[in-house]
Design a protein around this ligand. Structure first.
Ligand code: GCB
Length: 563
């Protein structure tokens, strides 16, 4: 599915703004995109359902076009109504969905309604753990009882668009540059285009930079290969993008593509044939008042801080972010580990029905993000209960689903279960291309004892490598620090303690030639459900929630300038 885009032959209307919302028998204005939880204090812990309403206007000549409604993301369950008729539904957050409303849009005013609910469910996405009749149910007994450590925001969190195209149109585009030969500067760009039935027999033009091909569309799928001598490869130093344009008689779509290769062996990850070490963060798409609502200035700010601190990558923990994050990453040369909305997976998910939903989520994530050169890895889940015997089949299936969609990138699962303790060993990690682990030595274990924690980490990481013989990526480690709290000698929650733990962990892991990256948890402080470990926020941010640097930020900036 292609994201709606204004081109010479496509028209897009954006429905962002203030919608009406039926909340507790009142009609209140609500912002789209945005989460409801922080727009009204009394909605902080509400799960809905809430009815969002707006109207849009369509001129006569456009009402006859092919028309789709595109929701960049709604959290989480929703039913979509147009002029009183139910036209669509969706049941997963953080991923786009479209509703074909061709023939259903009236010339003039149209009434549009979306009923949204964000309920935590046992075995659902987002999930909670079953209430065992105790007072402590969620993650560390938290409220709301989310089975994960970030606030479960609800609402129409990303833009809603209406796109008008000709019926003879482009449906999807796939770009594959994996067979390019960087050492010879030879770019091999395979372009596959899917068109609608109505476009059969038309002439298609595909332009890549200066090169151009003209083809008759005898089939719904058209494939062409461009060979570029002296190609300019997309890299961290030079994130060069080639303009790709696909044209039909009355439709046109454009993409910026990067030519690059990714590969990996027993010890290393390679970008364009050269080893790359991942320096960066796990983060959240989250901000005061906005909740998880798309907000463009925040993206610019975060990328500017990633560059300032000399990071080269981040993980979209723990769900796919707005696609604009990837557009910027492509343009600015930042690598992305793209994660499915699979956090808090427990034994209650290990059944055929939920597995089907999870497979579908992975297909939808890869379908959306497949053409972004910045995306170098797919993560199918964060910290599932992957030491449960039923996890093995479940995650093997998710790995295979991701591979069916894309063989050119490594597929990973982020585990905390593959520990030195054999009784709690992960049963699924062995299927994945790179061993991704979250480790909190000196924080949750060896509290206040950084040196002992580091010794245990070293032993753990050596054993992991001996066991798997695959590259190791430490996807999380870190410590909470409340900005402004200082202590000598360094104590937990002080800026000094966080800075020391982070620096020493990275220096230790840099000595291991099988470690391909260290991502600090987290980029910035973020809001969580309430529990005794979280004074409103998780304070593991290297930056505060409003993006000011803590002591550790300066330490990282210097350290990463040398790596
Ligand atoms: C983790 C989770 C992350 C938490 C973090 C923490 O392992 O992946 O979502 O926020 O630990 O701070 O405890």
């Amino acid at each position: 599915m292609l994201k709606p885009k204004n081109t010479l032959k496509r028209i897009v209307q954006n429905l962002d703004g203030f919608w009406d919302c039926e909340i507790k028998e009142e009609n209140r204005p609500i912002a789209v995109p945005g989460s409801w939880n922080e727009q009204y204090q009394d909605l902080c812990y509400e799960e809905g359902p809430f009815t969002y309403k707006t109207t849009f206007y369509v001129p006569e000549e456009l009402s006859q076009k092919h028309i789709r409604l595109y929701f960049a993301a709604v959290n989480t369950d929703c039913d979509v109504f147009l002029n009183g008729e139910k036209v669509g539904e969706n049941h997963i957050g953080y991923l786009p969905f479209e509703v074909d409303v061709t023939g259903k849009v009236k010339p003039g005013e149209n009434e549009f309604k979306v009923v949204v609910e964000n309920r935590l469910k046992v075995g659902g996405f987002p999930s909670k753990v079953p209430d065992r009749g105790t007072h402590t149910v969620g993650f560390f007994g938290s409220f709301p009882p989310a089975n994960f450590d970030f606030f479960p925001y609800g609402g129409i969190i990303r833009p809603v668009l209406i796109e008008f195209t000709d019926h003879a149109r482009i449906l999807d585009i796939w770009v594959d540059t994996s067979e390019s030969e960087p050492e010879k500067k030879l770019g091999r760009v395979k372009v596959k285009v899917e068109v609608s039935e109505e476009a059969l027999g038309q002439e298609m033009t595909i332009k890549l930079g200066e090169a151009e091909k003209k083809i008759k569309t005898f089939d719904r799928f058209v494939e062409e290969e461009f060979i570029l001598e002296n190609a300019r490869f997309w890299s961290l130093e030079d994130p060069y993008l080639y303009p790709l344009k696909v044209e039909l008689e009355r439709d046109e779509y454009t993409l910026d593509i990067g030519i690059r290769t990714i590969s990996w062996d027993e010890k290393k990850l390679y970008l364009n044939g050269k080893p790359v070490f991942l320096k960066g963060f796990g983060k959240h798409e989250e901000f005061p008042v906005l909740g998880q609502g798309t907000f463009y200035p925040l993206m610019i700010k975060d990328f500017n801080l990633l560059k300032w601190i000399n990071a080269n990558s981040f993980r979209t923990s723990h769900y796919p972010y707005s696609e604009e994050w990837l557009d910027l990453a492509d343009r600015l040369g930042i690598l992305v580990i793209d994660e499915a909305p699979h956090v808090g997976i427990t034994r209650y998910h290990y059944n055929p029905e939920t597995q089907k939903i999870a497979e579908d989520n992975i297909r939808r994530m890869i379908d959306r993000d497949k053409n972004h050169p910045s995306v170098i890895m797919w993560s199918v889940a964060n910290e599932p209960e992957s030491n449960h015997p039923d996890a093995e089949g479940f995650f093997k299936a998710l790995y295979e689903t991701a591979k069916e969609m894309d063989r050119t990138r490594p597929v990973v699962m982020v585990s905390m279960m593959d520990t030195p303790d054999e009784r709690t060993r992960d049963v699924a990690l062995k299927y994945f291309d790179i061993v991704c682990v979250n480790r909190y030595y000196g924080w949750y274990i060896y509290q206040g004892r950084i040196e002992e924690g580091l010794q245990a980490l070293e032993k753990d990481i050596e054993e992991l490598y001996a066991r798997h013989r695959k590259p190791i990526f430490v996807t999380e480690f870190g410590a909470d620090a409340i900005a402004g709290i200082h202590y000598d000698p360094p104590q937990m929650f002080s800026e000094e303690y966080q800075a020391e733990l982070v620096e020493k962990t990275i220096r230790l892991l840099l000595k291991k030639d099988f470690v391909i990256g260290t991502h600090v948890w987290a980029f910035a402080d973020f809001k969580t459900p309430q529990n005794v470990r979280r004074p409103i926020l998780n304070y593991k941010g290297v930056f505060t929630r409003d993006r000011q640097p803590k002591l550790v930020a300066h330490v990282l900036r210097k350290l990463w300038s040398e790596v």
